[in-house]
Design a protein around this ligand. Sequence first.
Ligand SMILES: CC(C)(COP(=O)(O)OP(=O)(O)OC[C@H]1O[C@@H](n2cnc3c(N)ncnc32)[C@H](O)[C@@H]1OP(=O)(O)O)[C@@H](O)C(=O)NCCC(=O)NCCS
Length: 324
Amino acid sequence: MITPLGREDISAVSSLTFPAYRFLLEQAIADNKSEETVIALVARSAGTPVGLVLARYSVTDGSSPDAEHPQQLALLSVMTDLLWRRCGVATSLLQALKEEGWRLGFQRLKVGYTTKMESLAAFEHLLASTGWSAPQPSMHLSLFRVSDMQKASWQGFALSRPRGYELFPLSELRDEESARLKAGVAAGDIPEGLSPFADEEYLVPELSVGIRFGKDVVAWMTLIRSPFISDALCYRSFFVHPAMRTANGFGALVAREAFYLHAASHIREERPNGVFGTSCNAIKQLNFARKRLFPYCHEIYESRRTTLLLQKEAMKPMKEAITL
Ligand SMILES: CC(C)(COP(=O)(O)OP(=O)(O)OC[C@H]1O[C@@H](n2cnc3c(N)ncnc32)[C@H](O)[C@@H]1OP(=O)(O)O)[C@@H](O)C(=O)NCCC(=O)NCCS
């Protein structure tokens, strides 16, 4: 049987999602809904929780069904108790989520995940058997110890910046600079995913680096506390203004300064590692990462994403779905 999460379930189901998402369980049962809505569905056998699916949408990022577009509900996690795996629990949970998504007016489910996860084969099989599109690679993720990155040969080369360009920590971003950057994101000049404000709730501004010239901030590397890798800072948004991309070495400058700040900071004790994400479509950035970063990384993996179209016919109960 699959039912919405109840308050009495919370302690029993918290092991059925990733630590980074456990705080969302309270949000899923809250009466006063915030801008972000969490859907939590529990699979039970004789009343005992054996599986959990979590999904989320927000009224601020345009993913709510009331927003004009895109109408996508994000699948955050689906997990089955070890003793109940390969019994159809996750299949039934995804079917229930599809029905809930359809009922709320969503057109699609979406999910992002990495190839580092232990249950990769099982999860990709589950996605394929429940009708999701073929997963597409989105990012190369490389893991390194910041102490190793400091030894990188290119770090020692003279990297000078032209006169008038100032390197600064983003904790010193001025209000007018912030406003101009936000206007740039709104106008589409700065891709949202590479904005210095992306994942702002996890941002470590004192270790994130920008280059300013006059009124403009023309390059940055932001560092966030990775919500998924507890001993790493994530090198999140790496951007150089298109006009500054030729031979100025601004990318290397902000990266080097960020590595230096990370290595020198007290946060290094708690998070000695770094994870650097490079979009699979960003050829220049990928070349930068291949040449300057990958040789100093101890692990390189991939993030993937896929979607599921919620169509009326897909809402019919699946023949194969197992009734728990
Ligand atoms: C991924 C996971 C949720 C699958 O749960 P489950 O309840 O065992 O899945 P189901 O029994 O519904 O199986 C779904 C399909 O995957 C297949 N499958 C399940 N485990 C598999 C495995 N280890 N290897 C290959 N295929 C597997 C099943 O055979 C089934 O395929 P079919 O429909 O063609 O017969 C489970 O392994 C798990 O909880 N993993 C840990 C959490 C996790 O990583 N979640 C995914 C990221 S959010």
